[in-house]
Design a protein around this ligand. Sequence first.
Ligand code: PMP
Length: 318
Amino acid sequence: MEPMIADRPPVSPTDLVAETDPVLARIGNTPMVRLNRVLPDDVPRQVEIWAKLEWFNPGGSVKDRAALSMIREAEAAGRLEPGMTILDASSGNTGIALAMVAARRGYRLVLCLPENANADRKQRLRAYGAEIVLTSPFEGSDGAIIKARELAHAHPDYLYLDQYSNPANWRAHLRTTGPEIWRDTNGQITHFVACLGTSGTFVGTSRYLKSRDAGVRCVSVQPDDAMHGLEGLKHMESALVPDIYDPELADADLGAPTETSINYARRLGDSDGLLAGISAGAAVWGAVEVARRIERGIIVTVFPDGADRYFSDRHVWG
Ligand code: PMP
């Protein structure tokens, strides 16, 4: 089975009206590729593993979908007008996505970000004109969330998007990621595997896929330990649990080890020609775990961003 992306009509980024901005209209409809040489020999021959390459979005990550959806839903509800200030907390990708969409639309963005976010991320955010409020490196993304709540309270005129509680986050994936996967597998998908950050990708895509075929098994992947190195992912047991997270959707929930995930991410480059980010390595790990437990099937996962986001973290790609 080969997805024929060029032949297919685009899925609208929202169900409101078609996006007219030529840059933002490029969000979604990312390529889906089958994984080959990166897979271990014990993956059964009749199991296919496919990945959606989200760094093809104009802002470079899966979070473009959520950022556009949250901003468009706020606009449609009459809560955003040109010149207004948007506020949120992000450990990286959502911030960059929001900064891009805000700059295209003419909004100011204030973003709370842990101080230890890498230099490349801060540079990208500033390049898009975002104003960064740095929070304690010891409190991680939770510290940034707490700061954003304080700012929202102090500035009632700001629109606090709150990606962790905003249903427009997961609805982005209900409207786009889910339908794209269904279309590109001709409805043949048997398993969906996704990593958990805000959980928007997992929740929205799983809801769509299960609405098309209740038999699709949805598997969430989170770090196996509170002290992990999988940027963008949340260890739910020890973190502030996002309001939008619905653990009931998961037919299984797997704990990814940091080292093995990083190794998969690194090997994707030379084995399959895919320069994917670290959480993509965790997604491969999860998909392989699922593959080992079945005899045949079509597993689809999501690669949230590309390796270039991590090149300034020397410990991974050197
Ligand atoms: N991987 C990376 C690198 C991310 O930045 C994110 C978003 N925090 C995710 C995975 C998880 O996506 P979601 O927020 O939709 O769960």
